[in-house]
Design a protein around this ligand. Structure first.
Ligand SMILES: [Cu+2]
Length: 92
């Protein structure tokens, strides 16, 4: 049955993990869980962002997004600066 095959292919397609790109931001000034939440929420404002993880010990923010090209370095610098954190570098 052709339709059954099509449905199977479609179901497989849907179950594939979303192709995600990621970048890692090195920052300074994040000290507690409130900082983690603030930074996490801020990055989630960008379209396509599906995961943000903050490592307080290493002062890194790892952002996974379906399209990380729509988030510029300047936007990230501003995002951190506005909230009192310092941008150090970014690895894309
Ligand atoms: Cu804090």
């Amino acid at each position: 049955m052709k339709i059954k095959l099509l449905i199977t292919i479609f179901a497989l397609f849907l179950s594939m993990p979303v192709m995600a790109k990621k970048f890692v931001v090195q920052a300074e000034g994040m000290t507690c869980q409130a900082c983690v939440e603030m930074v996490t929420d801020a990055f989630h404002e960008f379209e396509g962002v599906n995961n943000v993880s903050v490592d307080l010990e290493n002062q890194t923010i790892t952002v996974q997004s379906t399209d990380e090209t729509n988030i510029t370095d300047d936007q990230i610098i501003e995002l951190l600066d506005k909230r009192g954190y310092k941008f150090i570098s970014i690895k894309r």
